[in-house]
Design a protein around this ligand. Structure first.
Ligand code: NAI
Ligand code: 15L
Length: 273
């Protein structure tokens, strides 16, 4: 009798940053499909390791030496860590700008050739909600948080052309269990579609630096992924199943940021001094 050896996984070790966060908790388990070992990291406490294939390391992304050590023996990085809402420039600078730079430097120094970067729809947040965008539309960041994501995307372009490190930047819409308001009926990305998107971003070949908007197959869409077709991302879910529930909420005023801009309330967050 011959014993069937399990098919080899595409990666030996994937580093997941932001593992304690909403999306990190979802992706931590899912990534085990693609790697022998998942190394989860965050500045906040995480669920404990459940064995030698599931490493857990606390790390502040703003600490360059710690990030360089964190990336030892890693083959791919899913970079979710950082501040995920609008905050003061000083806070964003440490976690998101320095933090993402440290991730790219660690990739360069360790020869890591694939990064999946959690960018955000807020890099184009100052477009009106009736604008139709694609990855080539000029960015209109809606705050310091969005600027840090724009910087991350530019780091990705630079590190590809200079060092051949490939990145897929995911301009995630709103990834939560369900859309929370009318705006999110357009921007919602289900967790299942998120997992599929991250899988395509890790496994697609010759991505260079690709930019893809992360939304489910919602009825009303603001973003067209025509320039990311090579990734083969085909969302299966739709926010439509939540419409009746969401429409029970009071409608935002026609001149409220949530009605005017794709970035919604982020366009009026701050100032922080
Ligand atoms: P989250 O805020 O729940 O998770 C982010 C994690 O990063 C947190 O666990 C936090 O402790 C960690 N973190 C913050 N500063 C850090 C530092 N200095 N060092 C190490 N870790 C640090 O955010 P969520 O929703 O899980 O999002 C994950 C990523 O996806 C974020 O980068 C966010 O900007 C991005 N994104 C998320 C969207 C969503 O709808 N959930 C939409 C667009 C982008
Ligand atoms: C983001 O970039 C945030 O990280 C997330 O918390 C949501 O607010 C999302 O955008 C959104 O635009 O709904």
């Amino acid at each position: 009798m011959t014993t069937q050896r399990p098919a080899q996984k595409p990666f030996r070790r994937i580093l997941l940053t932001g593992a304690a966060g909403g999306l990190g908790q979802i992706l931590r388990e899912a990534l085990h499909t693609h790697a022998d070992i998942v190394r989860s990291s965050d500045i906040s406490p995480m669920a404990p390791s459940h064995g030698e294939h599931d490493e857990v390391i606390n790390c502040n992304l703003a600490d360059k030496a710690a990030v360089l050590a964190l990336a030892t023996d890693v083959d791919a990085i899913v970079h979710l860590g950082g501040i995920s809402v609008e905050r003061s420039f000083e806070e964003i600078l440490e976690a998101n700008i320095r933090g993402t730079f440290h991730i790219y430097e660690a990739a360069r120094q360790h020869g890591i050739k694939r990064i999946v970067f959690a960018s955000s729809n807020h890099v184009t947040g100052f477009y009106p909600q009736d604008a139709q965008l694609d990855a080539h539309s000029q960015r209109r960041p809606d705050g310091y948080y969005a600027l840090s994501k724009a910087y991350g995307e530019d780091l990705a372009t630079f590190y590809f052309h200079r060092y051949g490190i490939e990145t897929v930047s995911l301009r995630i819409g709103s990834s939560f269990p369900a859309p929370r308001n009318l705006r999110m009926m357009s921007t919602w990305l289900s967790y299942a579609d998120l997992q599929h998107l991250v899988e395509r971003a890790l496994l697609s070949s010759e991505v260079g630096h690709s930019v893809v908007y992360g939304m489910s197959a919602n009825r009303e869409q603001w973003w067209n992924n025509r320039h990311a077709q090579h990734l083969g991302f085909t969302p299966q879910d739709s926010s439509e199943v939540f419409r009746a529930e969401v429409e029970q909420q009071p409608r935002p005023a026609a001149d409220a940021p949530d009605s005017l801009f794709q970035g919604g309330a982020f366009t009026v967050a701050g100032p922080f001094n």
